[in-house]
Design a binder for this molecule. Structure first.
Ligand code: NAP
Ligand code: 8YV
Length: 317
């Protein structure tokens, strides 16, 4: 008999196909009476698959006393309490590296689109303004800029690799200095003051909540551009809206928001922002690679109790 696996979110056709060959799938969204499910089936569920948005609610973890592994479709696992899982002996896996290039491309795309006002220029043509009003106003160059990377990890490094094409001066801030040639700042505000562009690509969670504060945005300044492909929580969102409204920050390219899918209405009215609905990794090819790794972790664990890509907090289990 196939073991039970609880799916949080529906996954893709390909994920469901791979997992249903190995597991008996239950979909959290289809369960009407959760208490009855936990009472009848909960003790036999050892496997959970989820995603970076939904994570695993505490009531689900508590309702599955013999849970052994949570496989997350996404590299960011701030929606899962990995320390609590480690304490209970539950392995958590995620999908590092397979999405580095895609998310780095998205960061560069957002910076270019924001600086060169791609969306606004497109709208200008569509609104029929070119013949009547003439050429579109000049924008700001992306060449020879100083670009700060907040979080020089796997994706941050892929972003840095791409910045060479723009002859950027690359600087970075993280908790620890890395063995790289770029200038390290141990103070984020000081780095922002020296940057034309700040690209955020740290993990989310308690430790990074609001670290891009009003002070950091003021330091980046009226010509500065803020790009966020990390988590919405990393930026103080009300302070961001105020800084843009008051012209203290030049512009923002945002893939992520604090209360997704809710985006502050005030941003809709601004012509110095470019907005995306959390699609940093969302291509057919990359989502397929992420899905395959998500399944590989579960299937390998079922076979021999090991995983491909555990999160650091549970790597010792
Ligand atoms: P990673 O390799 O772990 O890199 C994270 C970097 O952030 C590390 O260099 C780390 O360096 C730094 N960092 C951690 N905590 C910090 C803090 N409190 N202050 C300053 N720097 C800190 O992770 P990754 O694979 O590059 O992914 C990064 C994040 O990107 C994910 O966690 C996820 O939230 C986000 N992401 C978003 C999308 C999207 O669709 N928009 C897609 C994929 C990933 P230190 O340890 O030295 O501080
Ligand atoms: C996905 C992401 O949107 O990997 C991450 O951390 O934010 C994205 O790739 C998401 O996690 C998919 O569930």
């Amino acid at each position: 008999m196939k073991p039970n696996l609880l799916m949080i979110g529906n996954g893709t056709d390909r994920i469901r196909g791979q997992l249903s060959a190995e597991f008996n799938l239950h979909f959290l969204g289809d369960i009407d009476d959760l208490a009855a499910f936990f009472a009848e089936t909960g003790p036999s569920v050892e496997y959970v698959m989820t995603n970076g948005h939904d994570g695993v609610p505490t009531e689900v973890i508590n309702g599955l006393p013999n849970l052994k592994i949570i496989s997350c479709y996404g590299v960011g696992y701030d929606a899962i309490d990995a320390d609590a899982c480690a304490a209970r002996g539950i392995v958590v896996t995620h999908t590092p590296n397979v999405l580095n290039d895609e998310v780095a491309n998205t960061a560069i795309l957002l910076w270019l689109a924001t600086s060169r006002k791609l969306v606004q220029a497109d709208n200008y043509i569509r609104a029929g303004r070119w013949p009547s009003e003439g050429g579109f106003p000049l924008t700001r160059t992306v060449q020879d800029r100083t670009v700060g990377i907040l979080g020089l990890g796997r994706i941050g490094q892929a972003i840095a690799d791409r910045l060479a094409m723009f002859n950027s001066t690359i600087v970075y801030h993280s908790r620890t200095k890395k063995d790289v040639e770029y200038l390290f700042y141990d103070n984020l505000t000081e780095m922002a003051a020296d940057c034309d562009v700040l690209i955020c690509i740290t993990p989310g969670g308690k430790e990074t909540r609001g670290i891009v504060s009003a002070e950091v945005m003021n330091a980046l300044g009226r010509d500065g551009i803020l790009v966020n492909v990390s988590r919405g929580s990393v930026i103080d969102e009300p302070a961001l809206v105020a800084a843009l409204q008051e012209g203290r920050l030049g512009g923002a390219g945002l893939d992520v928001f604090d209360k997704e899918p809710i985006v502050p209405q005030a941003l809709f009215e601004m012509d110095n922002v470019v907005l995306q609905p959390h699609v940093g990794s969302a291509t057919v090819e990359t989502r397929q690679a992420m899905g395959d790794l998500t399944c590989d972790n579960l299937i390998q664990f079922k076979k021999d109790g090991t995983t491909v890509t555990s999160v650091p907090e549970t790597a010792h289990l």
